[in-house]
Write a protein that binds this ligand. Structure first.
Ligand code: MG
Length: 215
C-alpha cells in the first residue's frame, strides 16, 4: 500500500487544458463546425507522457489519432486574467501531441456524451521540451509533425482562431490557472491514425522539441 501511495504523490499537481477546433482547416477536415467561442476540454495529470518515452498503444481503440499542438506552460497563478495581461502568464512554449481515440470520440459525439474516454486516457498528452518564448523571434510560430520522417502536419499560429492571450483570458474566467498548468492550443489539419512502430517528431522552425515512438 505504501508503494502505491508514494507513486501517487510523485504525480504533478497540475491540469492540462486543451482547445478543440482552433484551426479552420482542421475543423473542416473532420466535418465539424468552426466554433464561435473556444471549445475546452481537460486531461488529468496522469495523461502526461514526457521525456521522449514511448507510447504503448492500448487495446481499447482501433483508431488513435495524433494531433500536434503548440503548448503553453503557465508560469504564475491567475484568475479572470484580462487579455492585455495574459502574455505575462506564460514564459515558455513547447509542443505536445493530443492523442485522441477517434473511434471512441465519434461515439461520444453521436450520443452527446463527454469526451474524456477519447481524450483523457493515460499518456494521451505527449509532451516535448519547452523554450523561452523570447527565443522564438516571430509572433507567427511555424511548427510541423514528422511521421516516420515525412511531414504530416504543418501549422502556423497565425492561423489560430483564438490566440494565446484570448485563450488564457477566456479559460481563467472559469478555471483558476496555476503555475505548471499546460494549455494545448489546438491542432492544424493533417491528423491521422497512429500505428505501432511509428516514430513522431515535432519541430518548431528548425529545432526539434518532441520525439515519440509508438510501441
Ligand atoms: Mg487537439
Amino acid at each position: 500500500m505504501a508503494k502505491i501511495l508514494s507513486l501517487h504523490f510523485k504525480l504533478p499537481r497540475m491540469k492540462i487544458i486543451c482547445i478543440g477546433r482552433n484551426y479552420i482547416d482542421h475543423a473542416k477536415e473532420l466535418n465539424n463546425p468552426v466554433p464561435k467561442s473556444p471549445l475546452i476540454f481537460m486531461k488529468p495529470s496522469t495523461a502526461l507522457l514526457k521525456d521522449g518515452k514511448p507510447f504503448y498503444h492500448p487495446d481499447f481503440s482501433k483508431n488513435i489519432h495524433y494531433e500536434l499542438e503548440v503548448v503553453l506552460k503557465i508560469c504564475k497563478n491567475g484568475k479572470a486574467i484580462p487579455e492585455k495581461y495574459a502574455k505575462d502568464y506564460f514564459e515558455e512554449i513547447g509542443l505536445g501531441i493530443d492523442l485522441t481515440a477517434r473511434d471512441i470520440q465519434d461515439i461520444c459525439k453521436e450520443k452527446g456524451n463527454p469526451w474524456e474516454l477519447a481524450k483523457a486516457f493515460d499518456h494521451s498528452a505527449v509532451l516535448g521540451s519547452f523554450v523561452n518564448k523570447k527565443k522564438i523571434e516571430s509572433e507567427e510560430i511555424k511548427f510541423k509533425l514528422l511521421k516516420n520522417g515525412l511531414v504530416v502536419q504543418n501549422g502556423n499560429t497565425k492561423d489560430l482562431i483564438f490566440k494565446f492571450e484570448y485563450l488564457i483570458s477566456y479559460i481563467s474566467k472559469y478555471f483558476t490557472l496555476q503555475k505548471g498548468d499546460l494549455i494545448f492550443t489546438g491542432t492544424p489539419a493533417g491528423v491521422g491514425k497512429i500505428n505501432i512502430e511509428d516514430h513522431y517528431e515535432g519541430w518548431i522552425e528548425n529545432t526539434k522539441y518532441l520525439d515519440c515512438r509508438i510501441k
